[in-house]
Design a binder for this molecule. Structure first.
Ligand code: TEU
Length: 572
């Protein structure tokens, strides 16, 4: 058959520019700051950089509210700066993927300004406008057209007083949803995408792309969602994988990617997608996407309160979920592999031990993830073992989702401030958004000004400069894992099989086919654990990766793991 696509052997690095590197002292990361850190990316060995949005934006949702898709926000620099960054990365063999946010725009986008200007504006139908619910008066509680909830607390409908109608926003009220039923909207999006590809970008990460098709009746009606535990039906559940989603994705493919498909990387962010959806999205024969971000594995530890109600991870459920996606996409489609991004807490704090065993647990988590079949994503700072922020005050938080959650909780007296600080402390997206820790200086080398969000105090110890000089550091462990993926065809394409799925503390599996079999084991425990080695002859196997400085303890076919120890053995 065809040779495997280039991205099956690639590793992607996500840059959240606002927190990556500031070059002009305003305390906010920017594009010229990225230019200062390209050597770090080259040394790490990544193949692709995905930029979170740098477009013109009021920054209500830190750039995921776009007011001009074809310009760079002055916060981050200029289009010329972006061209320079693209050229510099291409010059070092690194491809550039942009964040495509087209389920919604900013309310300050000219399209929306025109759409809201009057009921008979030519762009009225570019967004979702609806009158108050039958028999109710605009503005009274419950008059919203449906009971859908925004992901950022409150109703998913905002009343526009001027026209007496509501507009839909699955996220903030400054992020009105585009109406993808309108072919003019789709054509405008495709034009913009082609413009970016012509500018030299190598693909897109598509923000909540499985929400763009809403289940709308022929008469334009939208239905209430199922009311869950007394609150609005979660809007995203009402709009996940709508009826025309695959039609739109295949149209996008024809209109934008035809003829230049092979060189690109197209990854969809698909909250709520199942592995069956994943097959539909990523089966190459369907010409939709290359891979998607599933959320199933990062929802396992969610209690009823979601991300602000995190529970202890059930490792057996994690293994079962990851294995389901490994097997489900094996013969048709492809997995992305991640623990972290700008929306997720730091994995070493969430799934590991960010205290005594920070280095061991961070390197164990990296080893387990990167030895799966799929394309790994490294989120900025993850390669350093950066931890959650451990903020102590509500005033330390910046993220609209966290601030609105806190405001709503206080308004309804649901949580004490102490409980709120704890809830945000484990689940807030701001945990991933503290500045990247480059060195031990006061602002970690991120800025010479006042950083927009607090720098983690542990930067004195956890920073790129210190780790670059320590062969046992998290940084060098990621560098070795990335090099292994580039060298070993079994890592890239080998079959996946769980070992001892029922073990409550050890994540073990084999990779086989296309070269010498690998046995991978990671302990998710601070206590010693044991696991029977499978797939390789332990006494003659070669240690390919380890995260302790001496050889693992293997006797009589049993591997005894120290706290958070990771081991990769290769049959010889
Ligand atoms: O996130 C989509 C998403 O899944 C949201 O549910 C998000 O995880 C949020 O934390 C709710 O729990 C994408 C972007 O990654 C996110 O940064 C944006 O805020 C969101 O879409 C809207 O553009």
């Amino acid at each position: 058959g065809d040779p495997p696509a280039w991205w099956t052997g690639a590793v992607v690095y996500q840059i959240y520019p606002r927190s990556f590197q500031d070059s002009d002292g305003d305390g906010i990361g920017d594009l010229r700051g990225v230019l200062q850190r390209i050597d770090h990316l080259v040394e790490l060995g990544v193949d692709v950089v995905w930029f979170s949005p740098i477009y013109r934006s009021p920054q209500d949702d830190n750039g995921y509210d776009i007011s001009d898709y074809c310009d760079v926000d002055p916060l981050f620099g200029t289009l010329a700066d972006l061209d320079e960054v693209i050229a510099a990365l291409h010059g070092r063999g690194i491809r550039v993927v942009m964040d495509l946010v087209v389920n919604h725009t900013s309310d300050e986008h000219p399209w929306f300004v025109e759409s809201r200007s009057s009921k008979d504006s030519p762009r009225r139908d570019w967004y979702w406008w609806r009158p108050p619910r039958e028999g109710m008066v605009a503005g009274e509680p419950g008059a919203e057209p449906t009971n859908w909830a925004s992901a950022f607390s409150g109703p998913a409908w905002e009343l526009d007083e001027a026209t007496g109608e509501y507009f839909l926003h699955l996220f903030s009220r400054k992020q009105p949803d585009l109406n993808w039923e309108n072919p003019d909207v789709r054509a405008a999006v495709y034009d913009m995408m082609r413009w970016w590809l012509d500018r030299g970008v190598d693909g897109f990460r598509m923000d909540v792309i499985n929400l763009i098709s809403k289940a709308v009746g022929a008469d334009g009606s939208l239905a209430d969602g199922e009311v869950v535990d007394g609150r609005f039906g979660d809007s995203r559940l009402q709009t996940v994988n709508g009826p025309r989603l695959h039609e739109f994705l295949q149209e996008m493919h024809r209109e934008v990617f035809e003829g230049r498909r092979e060189a690109l990387l197209l990854v969809g962010e698909t909250p709520g997608a199942t592995v069956e959806d994943g097959r539909l999205f990523t089966d190459p024969a369907r010409r939709e996407l290359d891979m998607v971000f599933t959320f199933e594995h990062v929802h396992i530890d969610h209690g009823p309160g979601g991300r602000f109600d995190l529970r202890r991870l059930d490792l057996r459920e994690l293994k079962a979920t990851m294995a389901r996606w490994q097997h489900g996409l094996f013969d048709a489609g492809w997995n992305s592999l991640y623990w972290e991004n700008h929306d997720q807490p730091r994995s070493v704090s969430r799934f590991g031990d960010d205290g005594a065993y920070r280095r061991e647990s961070a390197t164990m988590l990296a080893t387990v993830l990167h030895l799966h079949r799929g394309t790994p994503y490294v989120y900025q700072g993850e390669e350093l073992g950066m931890t959650n922020a451990h903020f102590r005050e509500l005033s330390d938080y910046r993220d609209i989702e966290s601030l609105r959650y806190a405001a709503e909780s206080r308004a309804h007296g649901r949580l004490t401030d102490e409980q709120l600080v704890a809830a945000l402390g484990s689940g807030s997206r701001d945990n991933a958004r503290t500045p990247v820790q480059w060195d031990g200086s006061p602002a970690a080398g991120f800025t010479t000004g006042e950083p927009w969000i607090g720098v983690n105090p542990n930067h004195a110890m956890v920073n790129a400069e210190a780790e670059r000089g320590d062969p046992a550091s998290v940084f060098h462990h990621y560098r070795r894992l990335i090099a292994l993926r580039h060298e070993d065809p079994v890592v890239r394409l080998g079959d996946f099989a769980l070992v001892a799925p029922g073990h409550p503390h050890v994540y073990a599996f084999t990779r086989s086919g296309g070269g010498p079999t690998l046995f991978v084991a990671g302990s998710f425990s601070g206590d010693p654990q044991e696991i029977e080695v499978e797939g390789v002859a332990p006494e003659s196997a070669e240690l390919v990766v380890g995260n302790y400085d001496d050889a693992p303890d293997i006797a009589d076919g049993v591997l005894r793991l120290r706290p958070w120890e990771a081991v990769v053995l290769r049959e010889s």
